[in-house]
Design a protein around this ligand. Structure first.
Ligand code: ZN
Length: 126
């Protein structure tokens, strides 16, 4: 369940960036090699943001496919969900990961002033 710790760090980043403005969406780049389960991430986000100013905000995840380059022959290869760290061209095992390890908060959509009044009205607390 490393999604929970990811959500905690996303939360910290978002709070620092948004200040006291209401947040509608947080857009993330997450590499395939992070092995984040989207449904679990969304559920953890609900847990982490519950009863906070970010309650009701949504995570939007842009998944980055994993890619590597063979250091022996220079061939580029796409890595599958369970990456075989062997070059398909020459069989070399010295691969350099080029993409797939991203974990980045790309943008934060602030609800206020976006032309949709009422979006902030739904933050009723029990
Ligand atoms: Zn190779």
């Amino acid at each position: 369940m490393h999604e929970l710790s990811l959500c905690r760090s996303i939360y910290g980043i978002t709070v620092r960036a948004a200040g006291d403005r209401p947040v509608a969406r947080v857009c993330l780049d997450i590499g395939q090699l992070r092995q984040v389960v989207p449904a679990t991430l969304a559920r953890c986000w609900e847990v982490v943001t519950a009863t906070t100013a970010l309650e009701g905000s949504v995570l939007v995840v842009n998944h980055i496919a994993a890619r590597a380059v063979c250091q022996d022959c220079g061939a580029g290869l796409a890595l599958g969900p369970t990456p075989a760290m062997v070059c398909g061209t020459c069989g070399g095992r010295t691969l350099r990961i080029e993409a797939g390890e991203e974990f980045l908060v790309r943008s934060i959509d602030v609800a206020a002033g976006s032309g949709s009044p009422g979006a902030t009205e739904s933050s009723g607390r029990p």
